[in-house]
Design a protein around this ligand. Structure first.
Ligand code: SF4
Ligand code: SF4
Length: 472
């Protein structure tokens, strides 16, 4: 029985409701009047239900698809402007007791190099990340109560926040670790984490059990209900995601949006972010072994449909994707990307040739952060290192209400320019700096409120003279 407010995984992600949704979408996808009415609703920019979104995803009318892309671009610009928030993943440990068949860290992989960063290693890694210019990290660790207990994660977060190298500082640590207890979520909250991210991988219960044959992650309900426990533990920014390629993408989209609807219905706040990873080659993992791989066009359509269905939710894409796919995805709604990423444990500080030995997946975009920043600016985006909302306590429903009121735009744009200026002063190559300075001069003029424009201009001058860390 489907019940959006139920606290039971198989009721708020009801298999029957998904099947009925997909059947209804198939039966009605050629009803262009219905498709048009859903697109008209999406134009109100208040989102779509999982049924409505599923119908748009099923529709293959070219004209309507163009309209969906156009609207996704418009919503992206309305809610996020031309800013793209930058972050980097930091792998703490690849010890893992789970058996996920799509991940090379699965416990049965005996030949992959197992590594766990000591606190001294973390200092080296974070110093290297700060030297690149990063301010926002997503820490990643396998599930292993003996090697990676919660105390290790908490100590690592403390270490990360304590490192200030020259002008560098990590100002927001997002956490991507296994589903855990309310008490442990509470401890993570106390440690000052930003978003708690946990990918569902797949919402299809039966496939989930096959893809996770062993380890605590095998428990579908415990995994799927994790975000409710995280919110109960006081974490109000949570990040969802599925690993596209494991199951039918239309099933996953319906499940993902039902999960978002559930969080909103029960906790009054939807997901802070949605990530859209696709399965990739890595160590003993061959993506061709999975039947449900999606091509680039389908992938971009999914991104656009998510964008118009949950306009207030940030969307994240990683270096799993190539430069060209990332360029198109940015237009259609992505608001956060990683840059200069290493997907191995210790990958930032260690020698290049050791890097791939412990990698979770192969990176398709190998450019440095400086190159990614320059490329973004050349495409007309503003790379932003902003972490202001979290540090001003604008999380959860406070963030969402500000976002829904449209007022966030008065903070984001100037914050992006100020943090970009810091980046240009401290880390950029001369070429990137030149492009960036011109961009800041031009974009300053686009701040609508005169007093905000004036204060931003003054602060940018102060940054040039050595001061740091201004925010609205
Ligand atoms: S996906 Fe996560 S839980 Fe599964 S094997 Fe990899 S690191 Fe472990
Ligand atoms: S002001 Fe808030 S929403 Fe805007 S970019 Fe900064 S952290 Fe994100």
């Amino acid at each position: 029985m489907y019940d959006v407010k139920s606290m039971k995984a198989d009721e708020f992600i009801s298999h029957d409701e998904i099947l009925e949704t997909l059947k209804w979408a198939d039966e009605n996808k050629s009803d262009l009047a219905l498709v048009d009415s859903i697109i008209a609703k999406a134009k109100l920019k208040k989102g779509l239900s999982h049924r409505e979104a599923s119908l748009l995803l099923a529709c293959d009318d070219k004209e309507r698809l163009e309209e969906i892309y156009r609207l996704a671009k418009e919503i992206k610009l309305d809610f996020y402007g031309n800013r793209i928030v930058m972050f980097a993943p930091l792998y703490l440990s690849n010890y893992c007791v789970n058996g996920c068949v799509y991940c090379p860290y699965h416990a049965k992989n005996k030949h992959i190099a197992r590594k766990k960063l000591s606190q001294e290693d973390i200092v080296r890694e974070v110093t290297a990340l700060e030297d690149m210019g990063h301010k926002r990290l997503a820490i990643e660790a396998g599930e292993d109560p003996r090697n990676n207990p919660i105390e290790y994660i908490l100590e690592s977060i403390k270490t990360i926040y304590s490192i200030n190298h020259v002008n560098g500082a990590i100002r927001r640590v997002n956490v991507n670790i296994a589903a855990t207890t309310v008490e442990n979520y509470h401890r993570l909250k106390e440690a000052g984490i930003g978003t708690y991210i946990l990918f569902q991988e797949t919402y299809h219960n039966e496939s989930y059990l096959k893809l996770h044959p062993s380890g605590p992650k095998h428990d579908y309900a415990y995994h799927t209900e994790a975000m409710d426990r995280a919110m109960e533990g006081g974490i109000d920014d949570v990040g969802l995601g599925v690993l596209f390629g494991l199951e039918l993408y239309r099933y996953e989209l319906a499940g993902l949006l039902m999960h978002a609807e559930h969080l909103e219905a029960v906790h009054g706040v939807g997901p802070h972010t949605i990530s859209v990873p696709r399965i990739k080659r890595a160590d003993d993992i061959n993506p061709d072994d999975f039947d449900n791989g999606i091509d680039d066009e389908t992938f971009l359509k999914i991104i656009a449909v998510i964008r118009i269905s949950v306009p207030y939710t940030g969307m994240i894409i990683s270096t799993r994707e190539s430069k060209s796919v990332r360029a198109r995805a940015l237009e259609l709604g992505i608001s956060q990307i990683s840059g200069g990423s290493r997907t191995s444990v210790g990958g930032y500080a260690e020698e290049e040739e050791d890097d791939e030995n412990s990698a979770q997946f192969d990176v398709s975009d190998n450019r440095s952060l400086d190159e990614v920043v320059r490329w973004l600016m050349e495409l007309g985006h503003i790379p932003s290192f902003c972490t202001a909302c979290y540090r001003e306590g604008r999380t959860g429903d406070r963030f969402m209400s500000l976002c829904k009121s449209g007022n966030i735009l008065n903070c984001c744009h100037p914050n992006a320019l100020m943090t970009l200026k810091e980046y240009l002063m401290d880390y950029a190559s001369p070429e990137t700096k030149e492009i960036g300075e011109a961009l800041i001069r031009k974009e300053l003029e686009n701040i609508p409120k005169e007093n905000v424009r004036k204060i931003t201009g003054e602060r940018i001058l102060k940054i040039e003279n050595g001061e740091r860390d201004f925010r609205f």
